[in-house]
Design a protein around this ligand. Sequence first.
Ligand code: GLA
Length: 378
Amino acid sequence: LNINILEKFKSTFGNPHIFVKSPGRANIIGEHTDYNNGLVLPFAIDQSISMYLAPNNKKVLRMIAMDIDDQDEVDISSLSYQKNGWQRYFNNSLVAINRTIDSGIDIVFGGNLPQGGGISSSSALTCGFLAGINELFNFGFTQDELIDLASQAENGIGLNGGIMDQTAIIKGKKDHALLIDFNDCSLQYTNIPDSDYHFYLFNSGQKHNLVDTEYNKRRHTCELALKKIRSVDERVETMRDINHYHIDHLLDGQVMKKRCLHVLEENIRVIEASKAISNNNFMQLGSLIQQSHVSLSQNYEVSTTEIDFLVDISQKLPNVKGSRIMGGGFGGCTINLVEGLLDNSQIQKLQEEYLAKTGYSLSAFKVDPSDGVKIKRL
Ligand code: GLA
C-alpha cells in the first residue's frame, strides 16, 4: 500500500520529503467524558493512514486521496474555512495554523482506516498532516499545540468534539493505553501487559451520520446541567465536582439527570479499568466495559438498536468478556475484550446473524496499542 502511495507521489509530483504514519484510535473506556473535564483510556491502533509530503513552488495545496481515487487543489494564499469534502481536513489545518508559507504543499495519502467507523479517521488526517508540515517547515509546534490545532481544524465542521482522539493519535505509545484526565490534562501511560486478552473492533457498517447534531446536543445538555448545579452550589467548578446529591436534588428532568449520571459513573469506571489492567484483572475490565455500554445506551442514549443487538450477540460468544459502543456513537464500531483470538467461524457466524437482523455487513479486526504519529524525513 505504501509503495503505491509513494509511486503515485513520485509519478505526479517528484520526490517526497516527508513520510507520515498516522494511526486511528480505539477507546477502552471513558466515553463522552473528555469534553466534561473527565477521564478516558484510549490507545492509538495499528491501523493507520500513510501520507507523503513535499513543498512545491506553486503556492497551491495539491492533494491526492488514493483510497477514493480523487484529487483536488486549492490556492493557499486565499484559504478559508471549508465545511465539506475530504479536502477540508488539510485546508482547515492550514487555516488553523495561520502561518505564512512561502511555497505550496503536495500530498498523497491512503490507508486502512474505515471512514465513518468511529475510529477517528478524520483526526488521523489532521494530526498526521499537521505533524508532517510541522517537520517540513520547522514550525516548532509542541505536541500539545498540534493537538489543539488539529482540534480547531476539525471543530465547527459538525461535531464539536473534545480532544481525546487527537491526544491518543499524537501521544500514543506501543503496548500502552493513555489514562488522560481532562480536568488538568495530565496523562499517565497504562501498560497493557502481554496476556491472552486482546481488543477487537467490530465495525457495525452503520455510518454514524446522526452523530453531529446528537453529539452537540449531549454536550449542550451537560453544559446546562453544570450551570444549574453551579447556580446553587458554588463549590462546583466543573462536571468533575458533581455528585449524586447534585443530580438527584438540583436537576429537574430525567434526561439531564441521566446524562450527568453517565458522566459521573463513567469517570469512576475509567479509574477502575486502569487499575484492573494493571492488576491483570481482565474479567473485571470486561465487566466495566459491559457496564459502560449499558450506560451509553440507556443513560447517555448514544447507541442504536443495531449496535445494541451487536453488543448482545457479541457478549454471547464465550471468549468475549466485554463489548460496548465506542466513540461518539450512533453507529461506527464496538470495542470488544476477547480472551484468546476469535476464529474465522466465530466471526462468520456473528456476521451472518448481524446481517440477517440489521441488513448491515460487519467487519471484525484485532487492534493493538501502538505508537502515535510517526514522521520520517526522506
Ligand atoms: C468523538 C469525539 C471525542 C469524544 C468521543 C466520545 O470521538 O471526537 O472527543 O468525545 O466522541 O467519547
